[in-house]
Write a protein that binds this ligand. Structure first.
Ligand code: 13P
Ligand code: SF4
Length: 319
């Protein structure tokens, strides 16, 4: 505990000295979430991380999350220095959608409007008409569908099929998935709900359809937080990365939150629903990059120019 306090103090000082601010995702370690907030930064979902990073006047952003979040920050603020605690922190959705294969997929469907999830590389975003996150994907596709567009969607198949069911839009889907959300189990969730009949179920739409079907609320991380505050219940079952539990519990002290079941989180493993790449972020990593300036995110300027347009569209749509 003494070491943590010392690390945090040193980081606070360096943030001031380097004109830097921390932007953290809800899935990273609670220390990194709290420190971001305590030092004038933000802990949020991927949409608001992007907006905050763009609008904040600091010259340096420390992005605690995964690589696509650092790249989005760079695309929106090429003049800023973007540092990440660990450059190997990636995402199965990003890894599963290489830019070259995606270009081939697009070429097979030239008549479709290309909507890509934020969890992709800059090289994939540069091929998109729209970038979306889970908090605005439904509204954006609904609006495109109403305007007569047929959609090419990538890369998360569960989020894509959820949107398809909700909007009735004509969509072809890339077959990617999130290693964390793909693991939530519908049958075990049914059993857990039977054990806790009053519980409300909050589900991130990267989860399989049979899990989504049992939700009281389906939404992004920030929408899950909002629902937990608003819904009148004592117990909530949460199907998203368990990094979320920190914020849910601190903001709702009178309520209880338990993890939705994955294959492994029975007696032997209480924390299976946690992203291995989000877990690479640490206080020590933040301190190191502040001290050394290492782990800077670079994006090819030609890609920045092309990827910025679909991200700007999303930010304007949700402003
Ligand atoms: P949101 O914070 O946009 O809900 O994203 C979830 C996610 O998987 C980020 O890795
Ligand atoms: Fe990617 Fe899933 Fe990890 Fe989010 S939780 S970064 S979607 S692998």
């Amino acid at each position: 505990a003494a070491e943590r306090t010392a690390l945090k103090e040193r980081i606070r000082t360096l943030l001031r000295e380097r004109d830097a601010v921390m932007v953290s995702h809800y899935y990273v370690h609670p220390d990194l979430q709290d420190l971001a907030e305590e030092t004038g930064g933000i802990v949020s979902d991927s949409l608001e991380m992007a907006r905050f990073g763009r609008d904040h006047p600091a010259r340096t952003l420390i992005v605690s999350g995964v690589r696509f979040m650092g790249e989005t920050a760079k695309i929106l603020s090429p003049e800023k220095t973007i540092l990440m605690p660990d450059l190997d922190a990636t995402c199965s959705l990003d890894l599963g959608c290489p830019a070259g294969d995606f270009a081939d997929f697009r070429a097979q469907h030239p008549d479709r409007t290309v909507v890509v999830y934020a969890n992709t590389s800059a090289a994939v975003k540069a091929q998109a008409d729209w970038v979306v996150t889970s908090s605005c994907a439904l509204d954006i596709v609904r609006a495109l569908h109403a305007a007569g567009h047929k959609i090419l969607w990538a890369p998360d198949k569960h989020l894509g099929s959820y949107i398809q069911r909700e909007t009735g839009a004509d969509m072809v889907l890339w077959r990617g998935s999130c290693v964390v959300h793909d693991e939530f189990k519908a049958f075990e969730l049914e059993q857990l709900r039977r054990d806790h009949p009053g519980a409300k179920v909050l589900v991130h739409p990267e989860s399989p359809a049979a899990v989504v079907a049992q939700a009281d609320v389906v939404g992004s991380t920030s929408q899950i937080l909002k629902a937990a505050a608003e819904l009148d219940a004592e117990l909530f079952i949460v199907a998203t990365d368990n990094g979320m539990l920190h914020k849910l519990r601190t903001l709702n002290p009178g309520k209880r939150f338990i993890e939705a079941p994955t294959a492994g989180n029975s007696a032997t493993c209480k924390s299976c629903a946690h992203c291995p790449w989000m877990a690479m972020n640490s206080l020590r990593g933040v301190l190191e990059v502040l001290e050394t300036g290492l782990n800077e995110i670079h994006v090819d300027p030609a890609l920045i120019e092309r990827a910025r347009l679909p991200i700007d569209r999303m930010l304007a749509f949700t402003a």
